[in-house]
Design a protein around this ligand. Structure first.
Ligand SMILES: [Zn+2]
Length: 247
């Protein structure tokens, strides 16, 4: 059974990733979109009875802009009181889809609109999760790498975590259902990891997967004799996203 955002795509004739035209859907729903400079927020919705204007920060990259647009569309289409919204970049993001708030609901809606299950899972087929695959998914669906990596986590069979660190600390992390809750993801990047070099140095791009001691990344029972595959990428805003797979 299709979710509400998927049904919306389906009735708009979306049968392939490149068919997802959020601007056309917004327009069909009476929402006009403006890309412009925004102060202190990533997107906003100004709603009247049956019309809306959605403003999206023009400086964000395409993945962010599409996610912001999907998020505001959620407020417009599904929120009961069609109020106006002003959403910060902290409110908008695929990593903030779990809490039970109106913002998290809008993030969930946006995630399904940009990476709908009925197109994503046939596209993934039996390929193993990696940041390379997330990168390819991001290209195919015009989604951010973060949104794509988190999507892969949803049906990952192995024990996989995605972490996002800045120079000082762990900003957020998510785990697949088989990643034990007995493990703690370390708050600080270990100095021998490529992620550390990315956070503090000039290393850019996507690293090759690396096999290393699990204790560089996680603590918990027996982690000192376990190993992980790690793969990292420096995000445009400067933090480092890593996919960890416990071996
Ligand atoms: Zn919002």
């Amino acid at each position: 059974m299709l979710s509400r955002p998927e049904r919306l795509l389906w009735v708009h004739g979306v049968r392939m990733p490149e068919h997802i035209d959020l601007e056309a859907i917004a327009s069909a729903k009476g929402a006009h979109i403006v890309y412009r400079k925004l102060d202190g927020c990533a997107a906003r919705l100004v709603a009247t009875d049956d019309r809306a204007v959605i403003s999206v920060a023009v400086d964000d990259n395409i993945g962010r802009r599409r996610f912001s647009l999907g998020h505001e569309l959620a407020h417009w289409i599904q929120d009961a009181q069609r109020a106006s919204f002003k959403c910060s970049s902290a409110d908008i993001g695929p990593q903030n889809a779990e809490a039970k708030t109106i913002e998290a609901d809008a993030n969930n809606f946006a995630s399904q609109l940009i990476l709908p299950d009925y197109l994503v899972w046939p596209w993934v087929a039996d390929r193993k999760p990696s940041l390379d695959l997330a990168n390819a998914m991001g290209d195919a669906f015009q989604a951010s790498l973060t949104a794509s990596a988190l999507k892969l986590l949803q049906r990952a069979q192995g024990a996989i975590a995605i972490t996002c660190h800045d120079q000082r600390r762990l900003k957020w992390s998510r785990r697949s259902r088989n990643f034990s809750t007995d493990f703690y993801i370390l708050n600080e990047l270990h100095q021998d990891t490529i992620a550390f070099e990315m956070a503090f140095g000039a290393v850019k791009g996507l690293s090759r997967p690396k096999r290393e001691g699990a204790s560089r990344w996680i603590s918990g029972p027996s982690t000192y004799r376990m190993e992980v595959w790690s793969q990292s990428i420096k995000l445009p805003e400067g933090s480092v996203l890593t996919m960890l797979s416990v071996i």
